[in-house]
Write a protein that binds this ligand. Structure first.
Ligand SMILES: *Cc1c(COP(=O)(O)O)cnc(C)c1O
Ligand code: SF4
Length: 344
Protein backbone atom coordinates (compact mmCIF):
# COMPACT_ATOMS: atom_id res chain seq x y z
CA UNK A 1 0.00 0.00 0.00
CA UNK A 2 1.43 3.38 -1.00
CA UNK A 3 1.79 6.28 1.40
CA UNK A 4 -1.06 8.18 -0.23
CA UNK A 5 -3.50 5.28 0.18
CA UNK A 6 -2.46 4.74 3.74
CA UNK A 7 -3.05 8.42 4.46
CA UNK A 8 -6.53 8.19 3.00
CA UNK A 9 -7.47 5.14 5.08
CA UNK A 10 -6.12 6.51 8.29
CA UNK A 11 -6.84 10.14 7.57
CA UNK A 12 -9.37 10.88 10.31
CA UNK A 13 -7.37 9.08 12.99
CA UNK A 14 -4.16 10.70 11.73
CA UNK A 15 -5.65 14.19 11.72
CA UNK A 16 -6.92 13.68 15.26
CA UNK A 17 -3.40 12.74 16.24
CA UNK A 18 -2.04 15.88 14.56
CA UNK A 19 -4.60 18.03 16.36
CA UNK A 20 -3.67 16.43 19.67
CA UNK A 21 -0.07 17.58 19.18
CA UNK A 22 -0.36 20.90 17.41
CA UNK A 23 -3.02 23.59 17.47
CA UNK A 24 -5.42 23.75 14.52
CA UNK A 25 -7.62 26.75 13.62
CA UNK A 26 -8.85 28.35 10.42
CA UNK A 27 -10.79 31.62 10.24
CA UNK A 28 -13.90 31.89 8.03
CA UNK A 29 -11.91 34.35 5.92
CA UNK A 30 -9.13 31.82 5.29
CA UNK A 31 -11.74 29.14 4.62
CA UNK A 32 -13.18 31.40 1.92
CA UNK A 33 -9.77 31.62 0.21
CA UNK A 34 -9.46 27.83 -0.17
CA UNK A 35 -10.48 26.27 -3.45
CA UNK A 36 -11.77 22.80 -2.46
CA UNK A 37 -11.43 21.61 -6.07
CA UNK A 38 -7.70 22.28 -6.06
CA UNK A 39 -5.79 19.41 -4.45
CA UNK A 40 -2.64 21.58 -4.40
CA UNK A 41 -4.27 24.70 -3.03
CA UNK A 42 -1.47 26.82 -1.51
CA UNK A 43 -3.80 28.26 1.15
CA UNK A 44 -5.12 24.87 2.24
CA UNK A 45 -1.55 23.58 2.40
CA UNK A 46 -0.57 26.33 4.81
CA UNK A 47 -3.47 25.95 7.24
CA UNK A 48 -5.22 22.57 6.99
CA UNK A 49 -3.62 19.81 9.08
CA UNK A 50 -1.85 17.03 7.23
CA UNK A 51 -0.91 13.50 8.33
CA UNK A 52 2.66 14.33 7.21
CA UNK A 53 2.97 16.40 10.41
CA UNK A 54 3.21 13.15 12.36
CA UNK A 55 6.60 12.49 10.78
CA UNK A 56 9.36 13.82 13.01
CA UNK A 57 12.96 13.70 11.76
CA UNK A 58 15.96 13.44 14.10
CA UNK A 59 17.30 16.94 13.39
CA UNK A 60 13.93 18.59 14.12
CA UNK A 61 13.66 20.42 17.41
CA UNK A 62 11.02 21.49 19.92
CA UNK A 63 12.62 24.93 20.17
CA UNK A 64 14.20 25.34 16.71
CA UNK A 65 15.50 28.87 17.17
CA UNK A 66 16.41 28.63 20.86
CA UNK A 67 13.87 31.08 22.29
CA UNK A 68 13.90 29.44 25.72
CA UNK A 69 17.58 30.06 26.40
CA UNK A 70 17.11 33.80 25.93
CA UNK A 71 13.94 34.32 27.94
CA UNK A 72 14.81 36.18 31.17
CA UNK A 73 11.16 36.67 32.21
CA UNK A 74 7.88 35.28 30.88
CA UNK A 75 6.93 36.85 27.55
CA UNK A 76 10.38 38.34 26.79
CA UNK A 77 12.98 36.89 24.43
CA UNK A 78 16.16 38.99 24.48
CA UNK A 79 18.79 37.52 22.18
CA UNK A 80 20.15 40.65 20.46
CA UNK A 81 21.19 43.63 22.61
CA UNK A 82 19.15 46.34 20.87
CA UNK A 83 15.84 44.55 20.49
CA UNK A 84 13.61 42.21 22.44
CA UNK A 85 10.50 40.21 21.67
CA UNK A 86 7.42 40.81 23.80
CA UNK A 87 5.00 37.92 23.43
CA UNK A 88 1.66 39.18 24.73
CA UNK A 89 -0.31 36.11 23.73
CA UNK A 90 0.41 32.58 22.65
CA UNK A 91 -2.64 32.23 20.42
CA UNK A 92 -3.23 33.04 16.74
CA UNK A 93 -6.39 33.37 14.68
CA UNK A 94 -5.05 30.58 12.44
CA UNK A 95 -2.27 28.07 12.99
CA UNK A 96 0.26 27.75 10.21
CA UNK A 97 1.19 24.11 9.76
CA UNK A 98 4.89 25.03 9.46
CA UNK A 99 4.94 27.36 12.49
CA UNK A 100 8.43 27.62 14.02
CA UNK A 101 6.89 28.20 17.47
CA UNK A 102 4.32 25.43 17.10
CA UNK A 103 5.30 23.91 20.44
CA UNK A 104 4.66 27.24 22.17
CA UNK A 105 1.54 28.58 20.50
CA UNK A 106 -2.05 27.38 20.67
CA UNK A 107 -4.39 26.30 23.43
CA UNK A 108 -2.33 23.20 24.29
CA UNK A 109 0.67 25.39 25.15
CA UNK A 110 -1.31 27.24 27.79
CA UNK A 111 -0.49 25.94 31.21
CA UNK A 112 -2.19 28.46 33.47
CA UNK A 113 -5.44 28.52 31.53
CA UNK A 114 -4.83 31.99 30.09
CA UNK A 115 -4.14 32.85 26.49
CA UNK A 116 -1.12 34.93 27.26
CA UNK A 117 0.61 36.98 29.90
CA UNK A 118 -1.21 37.64 33.17
CA UNK A 119 -1.34 41.24 34.43
CA UNK A 120 1.61 40.53 36.76
CA UNK A 121 3.63 38.87 34.02
CA UNK A 122 3.00 41.82 31.70
CA UNK A 123 4.15 44.22 34.44
CA UNK A 124 7.34 42.19 34.87
CA UNK A 125 7.96 42.03 31.12
CA UNK A 126 7.51 45.79 30.70
CA UNK A 127 9.72 46.40 33.75
CA UNK A 128 12.43 44.29 32.13
CA UNK A 129 12.31 46.48 29.00
CA UNK A 130 12.28 49.67 31.09
CA UNK A 131 15.33 48.48 33.05
CA UNK A 132 17.41 47.65 29.98
CA UNK A 133 18.37 50.91 28.24
CA UNK A 134 20.14 48.97 25.46
CA UNK A 135 16.71 47.87 24.17
CA UNK A 136 15.83 50.30 21.39
CA UNK A 137 13.16 48.23 19.70
CA UNK A 138 10.34 46.09 21.07
CA UNK A 139 8.89 43.45 18.79
CA UNK A 140 5.34 42.42 19.63
CA UNK A 141 5.03 38.88 18.41
CA UNK A 142 3.54 35.70 19.65
CA UNK A 143 1.17 34.29 19.04
CA UNK A 144 -0.31 37.07 16.98
CA UNK A 145 -0.38 40.38 18.90
CA UNK A 146 -3.22 41.79 16.76
CA UNK A 147 -5.58 39.19 18.18
CA UNK A 148 -5.81 41.17 21.45
CA UNK A 149 -8.57 43.74 21.87
CA UNK A 150 -7.83 47.28 20.63
CA UNK A 151 -8.30 48.47 24.23
CA UNK A 152 -5.62 46.15 25.56
CA UNK A 153 -3.32 46.94 22.64
CA UNK A 154 -3.69 50.65 23.30
CA UNK A 155 -2.81 50.07 26.95
CA UNK A 156 0.38 48.19 26.02
CA UNK A 157 1.33 50.82 23.42
CA UNK A 158 0.84 53.58 25.99
CA UNK A 159 3.07 51.82 28.49
CA UNK A 160 5.80 51.21 25.90
CA UNK A 161 5.50 54.82 24.77
CA UNK A 162 6.48 55.93 28.26
CA UNK A 163 9.87 54.16 28.06
CA UNK A 164 12.31 56.88 26.90
CA UNK A 165 15.01 54.63 25.42
CA UNK A 166 12.63 52.90 23.01
CA UNK A 167 12.70 54.22 19.45
CA UNK A 168 10.61 51.66 17.63
CA UNK A 169 7.67 49.36 18.31
CA UNK A 170 7.50 46.59 15.75
CA UNK A 171 4.49 44.33 15.35
CA UNK A 172 4.70 40.92 13.69
CA UNK A 173 1.26 39.86 12.49
CA UNK A 174 -0.61 37.69 10.04
CA UNK A 175 -4.00 39.25 10.94
CA UNK A 176 -4.33 41.62 7.93
CA UNK A 177 -4.39 38.59 5.58
CA UNK A 178 -6.02 35.91 7.75
CA UNK A 179 -8.63 37.92 9.67
CA UNK A 180 -8.78 41.32 7.96
CA UNK A 181 -12.00 42.38 9.71
CA UNK A 182 -9.97 42.80 12.90
CA UNK A 183 -8.18 45.77 11.33
CA UNK A 184 -10.95 48.18 12.26
CA UNK A 185 -10.80 51.88 13.15
CA UNK A 186 -10.39 51.18 16.84
CA UNK A 187 -7.41 48.90 16.29
CA UNK A 188 -5.78 51.32 13.86
CA UNK A 189 -6.29 54.14 16.38
CA UNK A 190 -4.52 52.03 19.02
CA UNK A 191 -1.43 51.99 16.79
CA UNK A 192 -1.50 55.72 16.11
CA UNK A 193 -0.53 58.59 18.33
CA UNK A 194 2.65 56.90 19.51
CA UNK A 195 5.81 58.99 19.69
CA UNK A 196 7.70 55.88 18.70
CA UNK A 197 7.70 54.68 15.12
CA UNK A 198 5.30 51.76 14.82
CA UNK A 199 6.27 49.31 12.06
CA UNK A 200 4.13 46.37 11.02
CA UNK A 201 5.72 43.22 9.60
CA UNK A 202 3.11 41.25 7.73
CA UNK A 203 3.60 37.50 7.45
CA UNK A 204 2.22 36.36 4.07
CA UNK A 205 3.34 33.50 1.85
CA UNK A 206 1.20 33.48 -1.28
CA UNK A 207 -0.26 36.08 -3.65
CA UNK A 208 -3.71 34.58 -3.11
CA UNK A 209 -3.66 35.92 0.46
CA UNK A 210 -4.14 39.38 -1.11
CA UNK A 211 -7.87 39.64 -1.79
CA UNK A 212 -10.04 42.79 -1.57
CA UNK A 213 -10.67 42.37 2.20
CA UNK A 214 -6.98 42.04 3.08
CA UNK A 215 -5.99 44.75 0.63
CA UNK A 216 -8.48 47.11 2.35
CA UNK A 217 -7.06 46.22 5.78
CA UNK A 218 -3.51 46.91 4.57
CA UNK A 219 -4.56 50.23 3.03
CA UNK A 220 -6.11 51.30 6.34
CA UNK A 221 -2.84 50.61 8.16
CA UNK A 222 -0.56 52.24 5.59
CA UNK A 223 -2.79 55.28 5.27
CA UNK A 224 -2.77 55.62 9.05
CA UNK A 225 1.01 56.09 8.81
CA UNK A 226 2.11 52.58 9.74
CA UNK A 227 4.98 51.52 7.44
CA UNK A 228 4.72 47.88 6.44
CA UNK A 229 7.32 45.26 5.59
CA UNK A 230 6.69 41.72 4.44
CA UNK A 231 8.10 38.51 5.82
CA UNK A 232 7.54 35.16 4.20
CA UNK A 233 8.62 31.59 4.72
CA UNK A 234 9.95 29.59 1.78
CA UNK A 235 7.58 26.61 1.66
CA UNK A 236 7.53 23.61 -0.61
CA UNK A 237 4.24 23.37 -2.48
CA UNK A 238 3.27 26.93 -1.52
CA UNK A 239 5.80 29.37 -2.96
CA UNK A 240 8.89 27.41 -4.06
CA UNK A 241 8.93 28.65 -7.66
CA UNK A 242 10.18 31.91 -9.19
CA UNK A 243 6.66 32.75 -10.40
CA UNK A 244 5.00 32.11 -7.01
CA UNK A 245 7.60 34.21 -5.19
CA UNK A 246 7.44 37.00 -7.77
CA UNK A 247 3.64 37.10 -7.60
CA UNK A 248 3.76 37.20 -3.79
CA UNK A 249 6.32 40.02 -3.68
CA UNK A 250 4.51 41.95 -6.42
CA UNK A 251 1.29 41.71 -4.41
CA UNK A 252 3.18 43.12 -1.42
CA UNK A 253 4.86 45.98 -3.29
CA UNK A 254 1.66 46.90 -5.13
CA UNK A 255 0.09 47.26 -1.68
CA UNK A 256 2.97 49.39 -0.35
CA UNK A 257 4.62 46.58 1.59
CA UNK A 258 8.36 46.12 1.09
CA UNK A 259 9.37 42.42 1.06
CA UNK A 260 11.91 42.28 3.88
CA UNK A 261 12.79 38.70 4.87
CA UNK A 262 12.29 35.39 3.11
CA UNK A 263 12.85 32.85 5.88
CA UNK A 264 14.39 29.49 5.23
CA UNK A 265 12.04 27.05 7.03
CA UNK A 266 12.99 26.35 10.63
CA UNK A 267 13.53 22.79 11.86
CA UNK A 268 10.24 22.56 13.76
CA UNK A 269 8.87 19.08 14.44
CA UNK A 270 6.66 17.58 11.76
CA UNK A 271 7.40 20.16 9.06
CA UNK A 272 9.67 18.19 6.70
CA UNK A 273 7.04 18.17 3.93
CA UNK A 274 7.47 21.95 3.67
CA UNK A 275 11.25 21.92 3.50
CA UNK A 276 13.18 23.41 0.57
CA UNK A 277 17.00 23.01 0.47
CA UNK A 278 19.26 26.00 0.96
CA UNK A 279 20.67 25.44 -2.55
CA UNK A 280 17.16 25.57 -4.05
CA UNK A 281 16.44 28.71 -2.05
CA UNK A 282 19.58 30.38 -3.42
CA UNK A 283 18.64 29.43 -6.97
CA UNK A 284 15.21 30.97 -6.48
CA UNK A 285 16.78 34.16 -5.12
CA UNK A 286 19.07 34.41 -8.19
CA UNK A 287 16.09 34.03 -10.48
CA UNK A 288 14.28 36.85 -8.68
CA UNK A 289 17.31 39.13 -8.89
CA UNK A 290 17.70 38.51 -12.62
CA UNK A 291 14.10 39.02 -13.60
CA UNK A 292 12.23 41.35 -11.27
CA UNK A 293 12.21 44.86 -9.79
CA UNK A 294 14.69 45.59 -7.05
CA UNK A 295 11.73 46.42 -4.80
CA UNK A 296 10.74 42.74 -4.94
CA UNK A 297 13.98 41.42 -3.45
CA UNK A 298 13.82 40.31 0.21
CA UNK A 299 16.85 39.07 2.16
CA UNK A 300 16.95 35.29 2.34
CA UNK A 301 17.43 34.44 6.04
CA UNK A 302 18.38 31.41 8.09
CA UNK A 303 17.76 31.43 11.82
CA UNK A 304 20.68 29.18 12.79
CA UNK A 305 19.26 26.23 14.78
CA UNK A 306 20.12 26.32 18.45
CA UNK A 307 19.60 30.04 18.96
CA UNK A 308 22.70 31.32 17.16
CA UNK A 309 20.83 34.12 15.39
CA UNK A 310 19.55 35.12 11.98
CA UNK A 311 21.93 35.51 9.04
CA UNK A 312 21.53 36.14 5.31
CA UNK A 313 22.12 32.97 3.28
CA UNK A 314 21.28 34.25 -0.19
CA UNK A 315 23.49 33.72 -3.21
CA UNK A 316 26.99 35.21 -3.05
CA UNK A 317 27.76 37.30 -6.11
CA UNK A 318 31.35 38.37 -5.40
CA UNK A 319 34.13 35.84 -4.68
CA UNK A 320 37.69 36.95 -3.89
CA UNK A 321 40.40 35.56 -6.22
CA UNK A 322 43.99 34.66 -5.32
CA UNK A 323 45.37 37.68 -7.22
CA UNK A 324 43.35 40.13 -5.12
CA UNK A 325 40.66 40.70 -7.75
CA UNK A 326 37.05 39.55 -7.54
CA UNK A 327 34.94 37.23 -9.64
CA UNK A 328 31.49 38.79 -9.70
CA UNK A 329 28.61 36.89 -11.21
CA UNK A 330 25.87 38.83 -12.96
CA UNK A 331 22.21 38.10 -12.28
CA UNK A 332 22.16 35.55 -15.13
CA UNK A 333 25.14 33.55 -13.85
CA UNK A 334 28.03 34.83 -16.04
CA UNK A 335 31.21 35.68 -14.17
CA UNK A 336 33.09 38.98 -14.60
CA UNK A 337 36.43 40.17 -13.23
CA UNK A 338 36.34 43.15 -10.95
CA UNK A 339 39.34 44.92 -9.37
CA UNK A 340 39.07 47.81 -6.99
CA UNK A 341 40.83 50.87 -8.40
CA UNK A 342 43.93 51.72 -6.34
CA UNK A 343 43.06 53.87 -3.31
CA UNK A 344 45.71 56.14 -1.69
C1 LIG B 1 13.95 37.23 14.77
C2 LIG B 1 14.23 37.78 16.09
C3 LIG B 1 14.43 39.16 16.26
C4 LIG B 1 14.33 40.14 15.13
O1 LIG B 1 15.44 40.08 14.31
P1 LIG B 1 15.52 41.07 13.06
O2 LIG B 1 16.66 40.55 12.26
O3 LIG B 1 15.74 42.44 13.61
O4 LIG B 1 14.21 40.95 12.37
C5 LIG B 1 14.71 39.61 17.52
N1 LIG B 1 14.81 38.78 18.57
C6 LIG B 1 14.65 37.46 18.43
C7 LIG B 1 14.77 36.59 19.62
C8 LIG B 1 14.34 36.91 17.18
O5 LIG B 1 14.16 35.59 17.07
S1 SF4 C 1 0.81 33.26 12.72
FE1 SF4 C 1 3.01 33.01 13.29
S2 SF4 C 1 2.98 32.29 15.43
FE2 SF4 C 1 0.91 32.00 14.60
S3 SF4 C 1 0.86 29.90 13.82
FE3 SF4 C 1 1.46 31.21 12.08
S4 SF4 C 1 3.73 31.22 12.10
FE4 SF4 C 1 3.03 30.46 14.13
Amino acid sequence: MGAAERDKDGSIAALKQVAAQFAVAVTPHVQSLIDPADAKDPIARQFLPDAAELVTLPHERQDPIGDTAHSPVAGIVHRYPDRALLKLVNVCPVYCRFCFRREMVGPSSIKNGSKGLSAEQLDAAIDYIAQHPAIWEVILTGGDPLIVSPRRLKEVMTRLNAIPHLGVIRIHSRVPVVDPARINDELVAALQGSEKAVWLLLHANHAREFVPESVAAIRKLVEAGVPMLGQSVLLKGVNDSPAALADLFKAMVANRIKPHYLHHGDLARGTSHFRVSLAEGQTLMRRLRGHYSGLLQPTYILDIPGGHGKVPVGPVYAEPQDDGSWAVSDPWGCSHDYSDPAVD
